[in-house]
Each structure stands twice: as C-alpha cells, then as structure tokens.
Design a protein around this ligand. Structure first.
Ligand code: SF4
Length: 436
C-alpha cells in the first residue's frame, strides 16, 4: 500500500505531514511517487486565506477522478479545514473525500482506515501525534513541534478553531527526539508552536537540576543547548506578551541563531486592541530595546496585517513608525482578508483594497530600504553558512541571521556549516565564495 501527502500552508503543517508519513511507514506503507500511484492520498490543508481553502476544493475534485482507475483509493482531508468546519459546510462541498478529520485526530487514522476495509497491522502508537516518529525531509535540519493549538483568540485568526486549544509536548519527548537527531548528525533544529514562548511543560520534573531557568520555554531552550552535535537552534512563532526577561536572556545561549521572529501585527494601540493582541506598541518597542541590548546585531523578523477593520491612515502611520524604530530585517506583510468563524469576520472590512495595497507597498518599500542597509554589514565579512542545496556549482543555504545565501561549491557541501566570504550583499541574497 502506498501513500501520498499533499501539504498546504505553514511550517507547522509541513511538520505535521512529516509525522503523518512517519505513522504510515510504521504501519508498513510506502511513499508513492505521486498521487496517481497512491492508495491513500492525504491533503493536509491550510485555512489562513480563502484562496488556500479554494485550492483544496479544486484539488479534491481532480483526485476523486483517480478512483476510476484505482477503486481502493482513499482520499483523506486533514489539517486546518476540518477543525474549523463546525457547521459541516465544507464537508458537504467535498463528497468525494472518504475521510475528513482535524489534525489532532490523526492518532485515530488506523481505525478510520480499518473502518473503510483497509487491513493494517496492530501497533502500539503514541497517544499524541506530536510524539510520532517523523519522516524528516532531509538529514541535517528538522522541525520539532513542541506545542499546537492556541488559547489567545486574536480576532482575525482561525488557529484556536482549526487546531483547538493549546497543548504542549513533554520535555522528555522533545529532548529524546533532539538527542536522536544529534546522534544522526543533524545540525539545525526549528522548534514550532503557535505561541511558543508560552510553552508550559507537562513534565517540568524532567528539567535538569542544573537548569538555571524557571520559565518553561527558557528552560527547554537551555536543555536543548546542552545537546552535543546540534549547532543552530531557532524557533517560531513567539508572542510579544510572553517575551519575558528570562526568554530574552536565552537569546545568548550558544546555539541560538542570531535571529528572532516576533510578530507585531500592527503598530497602533487601537488596532492591536481590536485584534485582541495583548500588548501595546510601547510594550513591543520596550521588548525590542531589551532584545537588542541583550544580543546586539540580532536580525529581527515580524508579521504585519495591513487594512484591518477600522485601521485609519493615522493607525497605519503608527505601524510604519514602529517598523522604522524596530528596524526589522524581514516582515511578512499581509493584506487583511476576513475569515469566516472569527470575531473579526463580523467587523466591517472597511479599508478599500487599493488602500490595503498602498499600505502594503509602504511597508514593503520600508523593509527593502532597511534590509539593504542592514545587509551591507556583511559585505567582505566571513560568515558561517548552512548549505542546503547545490546545483551545477552553485550552492544555497542560510546564515546565522537566517538570510538567504549563495556560494560556489558542489554537492559535498550539502548539510554542512561552512565559511563564506561575502562579495555582494544584496537585498534578499548574500553572495560570496567558499573559504577553504
Ligand atoms: S496568538 Fe497566533 S495562533 Fe494564537 S490566535 Fe493569535 S495569531 Fe492565532
């Protein structure tokens, strides 16, 4: 029996797909070369925008056609769409799908397949899908989910509905997984969670007695920093309200990358309040000041929504002003789009699309100006680079500030941290030569 997984959306979904693939391999299934040769197709869906959901409706209709040539084909839909489909409206639009379940229920996939007549071996599986042994996508970098779901209910966001309330993975399971990765030679890990810096260990007794931190997320980072072999650790996404002094102090632990992603979403207190973000622009800027003091030169990333309901020209000016003050290296800017089932869906979407576009471009131009200036610091410098790919003598990867780099080299460099001399520091790429 063969499976094929189609993944939409964010890193959390990619990580979930790795765990689903691990579960299916444990059950004796093999990965198919594509949808046409699979007996089970799983669509791991994303609900962040309507367009992402529309793509799934289209894709399922195409896949169902494959049942004509393979009558035993099972089409399963998981991820964010089933979780938020409280009134069955989406399910009704997908009659060709055999299974439709939120990601949290993936632990019941074996029973669901058996109910459809698929014969499976009996296995003792973990009770939490985050504990499934994943099928990693490469042998030097790995996603480590430490938390899923969210209790924050930002008014624009579907996550508390699609993924449910916050659940945290045990310290024991996380540390065991990272130790195994280190033994296999993995160099870089990315910890994943919706409000990751609010991680609450279900088993704090498993923190070492030498651990100096009380805050659970800080303590977890300390534990992972002790694991020999792992070189670079980063995480996403932190929430400003949980950026405590202890968490800020971990930025200088030896393996933490020189980058922090800290979504701000808006720079106006009126808009932040409407978004139900639980900090003010003043709190945010104060945190940024502490971060820069703790780790001078750290690269900063953020997420911003422009054109949120009721966002005035003055509100947006405050966002642009905060952007300048924080001096972000990168910002993932989105034009607000209403999502059904969220509190913001009931607010008037009153900023015209042209105005959203205009605000988006203001931030984009600002970001390009800042990042180009900041990247100049790397000109003629020797930097460390984790090489991810090489093709025809050109390799690419990223540096410790998570900036995209290109250098000369061959396949033997893939999965290694090497030194590169920067010849050209552009806006979105640092180009240079391998230092031997
Ligand atoms: S904290 Fe993040 S995941 Fe949670 S509701 Fe807000 S935006 Fe969504």
């Amino acid at each position: 029996m063969k499976f094929h997984i189609i993944t939409y959306g964010c890193q959390m979904n990619k990580s979930d797909s790795e765990r689903i693939a691990g579960l299916l391999r444990e059950l004796g299934w093999e990965e198919a070369s594509g949808a046409e040769t699979a007996d089970l197709i799983i669509l791991n869906t994303c609900s962040v925008r309507q367009s992402a959901e529309n793509r799934v409706f289209g894709e399922v209709n195409n896949l169902v056609e494959l049942k004509k040539t393979n009558p035993r084909l099972v089409v399963a839909i998981t991820g964010c769409m089933p979780g938020r489909d409280k009134n069955n409206q989406m399910r009704k639009k997908l009659p060709g799908a055999d299974l439709f379940f939120p990601i949290i229920d993936v632990i019941h996939l074996p029973e669901m397949l058996q109910a459809l007549g698929v014969v499976l071996p009996q296995k003792n599986l973990p009770q939490d899908y985050l504990d499934f042994a994943p099928q990693y996508t490469n042998n030097f970098q790995a996603f480590i989910p430490i938390q899923t779901g969210c209790n924050n209910f930002c008014t624009y966001c579907v996550v508390p509905y699609s993924r449910g309330r916050e659940r945290n993975r045990s310290v024991k399971s996380i540390v065991e997984e990272v130790k195994k990765l280190a033994e296999k030679g993995y160099l870089e890990i990315t910890l994943l969670g919706q409000t990751i810096n609010n991680y609450q260990a279900p088993d704090p007794e498993n923190f070492s007695s030498l651990n100096p931190f009380k805050n659970h997320f800080a303590a977890l980072l300390w534990e992972l920093n002790q694991i020999e072999g792992i070189k670079w650790i980063h995480y996403t996404a932190a929430d400003p309200q949980y950026m405590s002094d202890e968490v800020i102090a971990t930025l200088i632990l030896p393996k933490q990358v020189n980058y922090l992603h800290l979504p701000v979403q808006a720079g106006s207190n009126a808009v932040l309040a409407k978004m139900n973000r639980k900090y003010t622009r003043e709190n945010y800027l104060e945190i940024i000041t502490k971060i820069k003091k703790t780790r001078p030169g750290i690269a900063l990333g953020t997420d911003i929504i422009v054109g949120f309901p009721g966002e005035t020209a003055e509100d947006f000016t405050q966002t642009a002003d905060l952007f300048r003050q924080a001096d972000f290296d990168i910002s993932y800017n989105a034009k607000y789009s209403p999502r059904s089932g969220t509190p913001a869906f009931k607010m008037a979407d009153d900023v015209l699309l042209e105005e959203k576009e205009r605000r988006w471009w203001v931030l984009q131009n600002l970001m390009e100006e800042i990042v180009l200036r900041k990247n100049q610091i790397f000109s003629n410098q020797e930097i460390e680079v984790l090489v991810e790919k090489c093709n025809n003598g050109l390799c690419s990867g990223h540096n410790n500030e998570m900036k995209f780099v290109q250098l000369n080299g061959d396949e033997t460099l893939v999965g290694k941290i090497v030194k590169m001399k920067v010849d050209e520091a552009g806006m979105w790429v640092l180009r240079g030569k391998l230092v031997i």
